[in-house]
Ligand binder design. Structure first.
Ligand SMILES: [Zn+2]
Length: 358
């Protein structure tokens, strides 16, 4: 496990563009304008749609969204609790008050939603188990690497915001880049220094009140958690294991990247973490014996955070978020679990042994 530097890997700032990934990348915002029409499509046909046109299935129907009203009341309350005189916005708080703001925001988000610190910790542990099963399922990985990956993974923990913001290594600037200045972006990050996954308060409110089934809500959150945990065993630690996978992503996703090669090292790490997340979703579905229709429903709900409604900056025209939906929906193991018959026309699936099914 890397111990030399604090690595903040931002799920929602993953880049499939040719630009090198930088701290200034946009995080993914959830749609501010929640759509209000309800779907009358049956679960079976949602599955078929997910198999054939995943972006339409995920983004073309009522989707997960942050809860604007809940978020603004959380923000106002935490600002009051942070208590810096004369300051109205989180971005104007000084460092000491900002830490207090984050702790208040996190505690309030937890108490307002159905999460508890204990439940979040258990969810991280369950996600670790799913990822460990995913490691075992990969015949391309040597037993030596598998053992090392599982040992790295075993060391990881969930760390609550109160704990994190009081650490001497807590990096508030990077934290703001991940969770947003107001802490309400639906995201999470992995800190190698702390050996932990830290959940932004904004991820807790995502889908709250919209996905009413607790198991579905958990599975949607695990998509993000598995990605973050996946960073502990990505290509920066195990470059050999992912060579063919990365070269497959590069060839298959170039069309979605304006014909450019997939860029820097960080962009590749994001792809590998997404790959681990997809495999973990399959393990979670297997363990829960989820019907394919229900698994597809989870993917449709969970991946809706990638239906960005925000205009990208002029120098970044690439549909990175939509590509991430394809990345999951084209995964050979995901498609096998769902029983998708035909491969996606846009991209072949990528596995550790290269392209599959096109
Ligand atoms: Zn990431």
């Amino acid at each position: 496990m890397k111990k030399n530097s604090l690595i903040l890997v931002v799920l929602l700032a993953a880049s499939l563009t040719s630009c090198s990934t930088t701290r200034s990348e946009r995080g993914l915002r959830t749609p501010a304008d929640e759509r209000d029409s309800e779907t009358s499509v049956t679960p079976g046909s949602r599955l078929a749609e997910y198999c054939s046109d995943p972006v339409k299935a995920v983004c073309g129907t009522p989707s997960g969204a942050s809860m604007p009203q809940l978020n603004s009341s959380l923000l106002a309350e935490a600002m009051t609790q942070a208590g810096q005189p004369g300051v109205q916005k989180p971005e104007d708080l000084d460092e000491a008050h900002y830490g207090a703001y984050m702790r208040a925001l996190d505690a309030n988000a937890i108490s307002q939603t159905r999460w508890t610190p204990q439940a979040l910790m258990e969810l991280v542990m369950e996600t670790k188990d799913a990822l460990a099963s995913a490691i075992d399922s990969q015949s391309e990985i040597s037993s030596k690497d598998k053992a090392e990956m599982k040992s790295d993974l075993a060391d990881l923990n969930y760390m609550g915001m109160a704990h994190y913001t009081r650490q001497s290594h807590a990096d508030l600037m990077s934290f703001k880049d991940t969770c947003g200045q107001d802490g309400l972006r639906a995201s999470a990050f992995f800190s190698a220094d702390q050996g932990a996954v830290i959940i932004c308060p904004g991820l807790l409110t995502l889908n709250f009140g919209r996905i009413t089934d607790i198991q579905s809500l958990k599975r949607a959150l695990q998509i993000v958690l598995a990605h973050e945990l996946g960073h502990s065993i990505d290509n920066s630690e195990f470059p050999k294991s992912f060579k063919k996978l990365i070269s497959c992503f590069d060839s298959q996703f170039r069309n979605m990247n304006s014909g450019n090669k997939i860029g820097g090292k960080d962009a590749k790490r994001e792809l590998v973490a997404d790959y681990w997340s997809s495999l973990s979703q399959v393990q979670i579905a297997k363990k829960g014996a989820l019907a394919p229709e229900l698994a597809a429903q989870t993917f449709i709900e969970g991946y809706s955070i990638f239906c960005s409604q925000v205009k990208r900056s002029g120098n970044d025209p690439h549909p990175a978020e939509l590509a991430r939906i394809y990345l999951h929906a084209s995964n050979p193991e995901v498609r096998a679990y769902l029983g998708c018959v035909k491969p996606l026309p846009e991209v072949a699936g990528c596995s550790l042994s290269g392209p599959v099914g096109k």
